[in-house]
Design a protein around this ligand. Structure first.
Ligand code: 4NP
Length: 151
């Protein structure tokens, strides 16, 4: 059975594209990994140049990704929906069509720090070091997610 994972942030140009690329790189090809934003500001755009650059630095190519907004059909398609922060969690839960859908939604860092609801900080208005910090957080948690879903 191939597991399907959706990574979600606000804009789908900084954090969730990194999460998608990093997790994909840790899994065999038969796993589906995608990403989406709760907002529609950047639909159709490539990831932020700074996310592309930090991924490239660590050997992951996210340059071909295209931003899209989460839809209600994503709750049927995907087995796990990982959000980056509490605000994303609220926004995604607000459009979840039913109880089964709500149970798929997880705060991503809870995979390493259960029930703490720690956030992957939004690096958009910051500098390159913020993107590097986000990359490291996501690389660590995606290692745990990959091990879990391959098990
Ligand atoms: P992301 O970062 O949610 O990690 O993609 C953001 C990108 C764009 C905006 C906010 C956050 N924005 O306001 O345009």
């Amino acid at each position: 059975m191939s597991v399907k994972v959706l990574m979600v942030c606000l804009g789908n140009i900084c954090r969730s594209p990194l999460a998608e690329g990093i997790l994909k790189a840790k899994l065999p090809n038969n796993y589906i990994v995608d990403s989406a934003g709760t907002a529609n500001y950047h639909v159709g755009s490539a990831p932020d140049k700074r996310s592309i650059a930090v991924a490239k630095k660590f050997g992951v190519d996210i340059s071909q990704q295209k931003c899209r907004q989460i839809t209600t059909s994503d709750f049927e398609t995907f087995d796990y929906i990982y959000v980056m922060d509490t605000s994303n969690y609220k926004n995604v839960m607000a459009i979840a069509p039913n109880e089964e859908a709500k149970q798929k939604v997880k705060v991503i860092l809870n995979e390493l720090h259960p029930n703490k609801n720690l956030e992957v900080p939004d690096p958009y208005y910051g500098e390159m070091d913020g993107f590097e910090h986000v990359y490291k957080l996501l690389d660590e948690v995606c290692e745990a997610i990959a091990a879990k879903i391959k098990a």
